[in-house]
Design a protein around this ligand. Sequence first.
Ligand code: PRP
Length: 212
Amino acid sequence: MSLSIALTKGRLEKQTVERLAAAGYGIEALKDKGRQLVFQDQVKDIRYFLVKANDCITYVNHGVADIGVVGKDTLLENMNETYELLDLKMGCCKFIVAGLKDKNPLMKFGHIKIGTKYPNVCREYFQKRGMDVEIIKIDGSVELAPILGLCDGIVDIMETGSTLRENGLVVFDTVCDLSARLIVNKASFKLKQAEISQLLEDLKKVMEDESC
Ligand code: PRP
């Protein structure tokens, strides 16, 4: 049976394509793809499509894609009914709490304001600490928000740390480690067991030395 795989566009895309190519998949067309969004594997009976992270989960939830490659950040933030089958040990980064030096929101008493692209992750983190938090949803360049005085701190992703450093922000806590995951639609997992097991085996073989 054929498989369809939803790949997350952007930061994870290059590493995902490299990993699949190393595992022997015919994914060459994705390396120089222009604006094309759907691709047929040149070796296997697989169709790939490129989507935004949140949409990757939606396509797999609905079974339009059997499989998805998506960041753990997106999985933690959004409801999903998929099986998470493999930590791909790539796209390694962290959720952190950060802010302006000498202004640690975790040391502040009473009401605090936190800017984030991840309101659910943020809410859970502060609720666990019993803190009174107001979450301000921001869509990008979250680091700007405490600098401009919109909030006391941020919950965001840190990969290299350069965005924080170059904007004079410091890390006050790590919420959790993150990496890309392989997710599978529950019905596909039953119906396409052999194909999915083969993909897992092929990927595991080429990631023996990988770590986050
Ligand atoms: C992410 C994140 C940080 C940055 C961290 O944003 O929100 O801003 O990357 O990476 P670094 O630690 O390597 O500097 P992204 O680049 O995805 O863009 P956005 O802020 O517009 O969402």
